[in-house]
Design a protein around this ligand. Structure first.
Ligand SMILES: [Zn+2]
Length: 320
């Protein structure tokens, strides 16, 4: 089984912290993460700099990360204008979030469902005009799919209807996102199966989980059992959770990789090197809280990871 860990810390993590990470530190993070075995990184978001000053250098970061052979460079776009910039910068994978709760969509993106779907159609048309080899992968992300802080319950039928609408609009794939940390292992399994029933298994391969109520790893395991293969997570669970002080926001990359490696599932990521990446990033964000159990406790005595370790843990020696 091939598992892909998509590191979203440079986007989802940094957009939710008050510190502004220097561009050089972001580049060092991306280099170190790739060296540790991470093969997909969401490096930023193409939003106006005045809205998210933490991500104002996304254009430069995409251009930089693109030079790393073998790395998929992903970015979020709120609309077709952002998508145009993302395409011009050479982003490999662009994600347009569609909040399944329409109140959340209006509050966050100031757009109704119909307006976001219109953006999706115009992005798909823009991509279709590009030469085949320079077309980015286009994902429509179903955010707040498991519930919303404004509307509460989000009906499954609404999520399925929107998944179908995104595919009809021309997305290559939809993604499932538990933006609010409302999912549980049963709801994860049921919703994946229902979406597969509507749009086909190849149209949903990944999930974006938050750990707001401590169920992040349990939900990831549930998604794995059903057959999803791509998991978003953030180094150190970086970003926190704005509506639950003390809780990590995203699933912690280190703990997720540790779980898979301990289960005999190869992630391609060297854990000790990943812990070194954590220390490196901590040095550039001294006032931010980092979460995670495995990196604090260390690996169990005699632990043998499924992914072979890098010789002499190259990163630990050269970077800190
Ligand atoms: Zn998120």
């Amino acid at each position: 089984m091939n598992i892909l860990i998509s590191e979203v810390g440079p986007r989802d993590g940094l957009q939710n912290v008050s510190s502004i990470m220097p561009t050089t530190a972001k580049k060092a993070w991306i280099d170190a993460a790739f060296a540790a075995g991470i093969r997909e990184i969401e490096v930023g978001s193409f939003v106006p700099a005045k809205l998210l000053p933490q991500l104002a250098d996304t254009n430069e970061i995409v251009s930089y990360a693109r030079q790393i052979e073998g790395l998929t460079v992903a970015a979020l776009v709120p609309n077709s204008h952002g998508a145009r910039n993302a395409i011009n910068a050479g982003t490999h994978k662009i994600t347009l979030p569609l909040s399944c709760s329409e109140s959340h969509s209006i509050a966050n993106l100031r757009r109704t469902h119909e307006q976001v779907l219109a953006e999706a159609r115009s992005i798909a048309n823009m991509i279709a005009e590009l030469p085949a080899k320079s077309r980015p992968h286009f994902e429509g992300s179903l955010s707040t799919a498991f519930g919303c802080t404004i509307e509460g319950n989000v009906p499954e039928d609404k999520v399925i209807e929107l998944a179908e609408a995104l595919m009809e609009a021309g997305c290559d794939e939809v993604g499932l996102a538990d933006t609010t940390g409302y999912a549980n292992p049963t709801s994860v399994k049921e919703l994946i199966k229902k979406i597969w029933g509507a749009v086909g298994q190849e149209a949903l391969t990944g999930i974006h989980l938050h750990n707001t109520r401590g169920l992040g790893l349990a939900n990831a395991y549930a998604a794995l059992e059903v057959g999803l293969t791509t998991f978003d997570s953030s180094l150190g669970g970086l970003g926190g959770c704005p509506f639950a002080p003390g809780a990590s926001g995203n699933l912690v990359t280190e703990d997720l990789v540790y779980m898979f490696e301990a289960m005999g599932i190869s992630t391609g990521i060297d854990l000790e090197s990943l812990f070194s990446v954590r220390r490196l990033v901590q040095e550039s964000l001294p006032s931010e809280e980092f979460y995670g159990f495995a990196p604090e406790a260390g690996l169990p005595l005699g632990f043998s990871p499924t992914t072979p370790s890098l010789p002499n843990n190259q990163l630990a020696g050269s970077r800190s």
